[in-house]
Design a binder for this molecule. Structure first.
Ligand code: HEC
Length: 177
């Protein structure tokens, strides 16, 4: 600190420390840091690419019209089925529905959704076994028809396919119930 006199005023002036510090090493440090940041550029690009490859973000172009069907099905599923069924194999109130079309035909699942209790009463062996396994908790019936029923089944068939193109219901493996 030093004192200057301007007219009749005495002024305190702080010593400018910066002038006394050699700025060269700091400048060099910044240049090095900047250069490192630039070379690490591609790796941050890689991180972005990984995010794009994450499951659920499709690499394959899926037709918009089918995505609309899928989204309608998802909405119906989330409202009506998700309270009791995960889309994975995790059992909650009912079985997880992953792979259901490897166990049962589309026709069976449709009849089940419409009236599972009738199928149990009629003695469908799979239905009776399942019903007993789930402590005789009856699943409620749903009256989905036409476009809605199709969308619901389409969603269940496709929810676990990740990046693979959509599979239509008639391309599912034929199951003999
Ligand atoms: C209130 C709970 C509940 C709701 C809601 C429900 N389910 Fe179920 N579901 C069950 C139970 C419990 C079973 C096991 C069989 C039984 O106890 O009748 C079952 C069984 C099934 C099965 C046979 C699963 C297998 O692994 O073989 C299918 C398919 C199914 N449900 C589809 C659906 C669909 C689709 C919906 C929505 C439209 C739905 N369920 C809504 C409770 C429910």
């Amino acid at each position: 600190m030093y004192i200057v006199r301007v007219n009749n005023l005495l002024l305190f002036k702080p010593i400018n420390l910066m002038k006394k510090v050699n700025l060269l090493p700091i400048t060099l440090l910044f240049i090095i840091l900047y250069a490192t940041a630039c070379t690490s550029g591609p790796s941050s690009q890689e991180t972005k690419n990984t995010t794009n490859n994450s499951p659920g973000v499709s690499k394959v172009q899926k037709p918009d019209s089918l995505t609309q069907v899928y989204n309608l099905g998802k909405r119906l599923y989330n409202n009506s089925c998700l309270p009791c069924h995960t889309t994975s194999s995790e059992r909650t109130v009912g079985p997880g529905l992953k792979g259901i079309f490897e166990r049962r035909s589309v026709d069976w699942v449709m009849r089940w959704i419409h009236n599972s209790q009738k199928m149990i009463a009629d003695g469908d062996p799979y239905a009776v076994k399942l019903y007993n396994e789930y402590n005789k908790t009856a699943m409620q019936s749903f009256s989905y028809k036409g476009k809605d029923m199709h969308a619901l089944l389409f969603y269940i068939a496709n929810v676990n396919r990740g990046d693979k193109p959509y599979i239509s219901l008639d391309k599912l493996p034929r199951i003999k119930d």
